[in-house]
Design a protein around this ligand. Structure first.
Ligand code: PLP
Length: 450
């Protein structure tokens, strides 16, 4: 039987990701039907500026014809093939080449998956495989950070440092540990400079490593800017203090570039903006401007050599997805990367990013805003009950979600994170005029919430 309306059918049949199922029975869905530029339109024809680029991902906006053509051409030529057992196809080979060549630090090989979560799970498995390969089977624990976000599959959700992803799921799995979150505004002590705070964060990490035994710690995962944890921009000197500790204890560094990769922070990778020198990089989202699902894991020569040797010894690298390097997704990713270069997407972010950051910083004077922060085309406002004490609102007041609902009614789609943080991550192709329109709409919404 077909339900009368999409709304009824949605409520009857769809379990939504990251949604309160009880509340959804009342609210129903916002149904998007088409997109143009940085806007999407709902089934009543109302337009919204997509201030989150979907889920931090549609970097080229919602109607890039070259990506549609690239997909169509590849669909017609070869809709599916794979890279298992010495097989390959041109889009997969070319994408490997391009990504290894564009990496900000020397990388050796690219491996493909379908989502950021799968890329991070793959990195975890590679790290374990590598340490078995090099004869260090006891070196298996992985450290990530509180409020970091690395996805939702079992290992990735364990790396994630947010209660919502652990509670009721019996996570994290053992072998995965969390160190402190480098958010100076929230966790800095009275009078502590950002640099002194970064020292303390590095000392926390080293204390955890010493407590657990450095010989048991395999890797450290970090996003250059934490996204879903609340757009947390680290102190300038944070990674410079963390990395020598990792080197000293022979701990692999994984940069999760799933949000930051491909221009979001103003450089091609967040690792460049913040001076990271990872051994492994994971990337997804803007890799294909989200037009098709594809993600990648880049590994350096050291990690590759370990994995290579083990595959020779035991017969094969026993890991891979049916859709690893799906040729249509890979073709779309190749086209996306070509467009970034041809249209100088970094130059564009260099122009509009400062406009967005200026509009964000202007909000810092608003009575509800504790901190306005960001870099490039990613940012957030943290809403507080008391600016002086930084006290949060009571969660029952749902201030962040209410602001986001008002924003949606005013024609801008944003997301509220835990702690009443409202995030901004528009398509990278947004114009200065559209940045202004997005903030004008948001300010109207913010002013109606009391
Ligand atoms: N890593 C980061 C930094 C992310 O922001 C996300 C998703 O938002 C993921 C990993 C997981 O990616 P996916 O949702 O594609 O599994």
């Amino acid at each position: 039987m077909t339900s009368n309306s999409l709304r009824d059918a949605d409520i009857a049949y769809a379990l939504h990701p990251y949604t309160n199922a009880v509340a959804h029975e009342q609210s129903g869905p916002m149904v998007a039907v088409r997109g143009k530029g940085v806007r999407v339109y709902d089934d009543a024809g109302k337009d919204y500026i997509e201030g989150m680029a979907g889920l931090w991902c549609t970097s080229l906006g919602f109607d890039e014809p070259r990506l549609v053509d690239a997909a169509k051409r590849q669909m017609e030529a070869l809709p599916f093939f794979h890279m298992f057992n010495h097989k390959a196809h041109e889009p997969g080979i070319r994408l490997s080449e391009t990504l290894v060549q564009m990496a900000p630090v020397p990388m050796s090989k690219a491996f493909f998956c379908n989502s950021g979560s799968e890329a991070n799970d793959t990195a975890v498995k590679m790290i374990w495989y590598y340490h078995n390969a090099i004869g260090k089977p006891e070196k298996k624990k992985i450290i990530a950070r509180l409020r970091g976000y690395h996805g939702v599959t079992v290992a990735a959700a364990s790396l994630t440092g947010l209660p919502l992803n652990h509670r009721s799921f019996d996570l994290p799995i053992d072998r995965i540990l969390h160190t402190s979150c480098p958010h100076h505004y929230r966790y800095g002590e009275a009078g502590e400079t950002e640099d002194a705070f970064a020292d303390r964060m590095a000392a926390d990490l080293e204390a955890l490593i010493e407590r657990e035994g450095p010989e048991t710690i395999a890797a450290f995962f970090a996003e250059p800017v934490m996204g879903a944890g609340g757009v947390i921009v680290p102190p300038k000197t944070y990674f410079a203090k963390i990395q020598p500790i990792l080197k000293k204890h022979d701990i692999l560094f994984v940069a999760d570039e799933v949000i930051c990769g491909f221009g979001r922070t103003g450089k091609m990778f967040g690792s460049e903006t913040f001076g990271l020198e990872p051994d492994i990089m994971t990337m997804a989202k803007a890799l294909s401007s989200a037009y098709l699902p594809i993600s990648a894991v880049l590994i350096n020569e050291k990690v590759y050599q370990g994995i290579r040797g083990e595959t020779g010894k035991i017969g094969s690298f026993g890991h891979g997805y049916t859709y690893s390097a799906h040729p249509v997704a890979a073709a779309v990713a190749n086209e996306t990367l070509a467009i970034y270069a041809e249209r100088d997407i970094l130059g564009h972010v260099g122009t509009v990013g400062p406009r967005m950051q200026a509009r964000l910083r202007r909000l810092a004077d608003h009575p509800l805003v504790g901190e306005a922060r960001g870099v490039g085309l990613i940012g957030a406002v943290e809403l507080v009950a008391d600016k002086a004490t930084k006290a949060n609102f009571d969660p029952s007041q749902a201030v962040g979600p209410r602001v986001v609902n008002h924003a949606q009614a005013n024609g801008v789609i944003l997301r509220a994170m835990a702690g009443d943080i409202v995030a901004f991550s528009p398509p990278l192709v947004i114009s200065e005029a559209e940045v202004d329109e997005m903030f004008d709409r948001f300010e109207r919404a913010l002013n109606t919430v009391t």
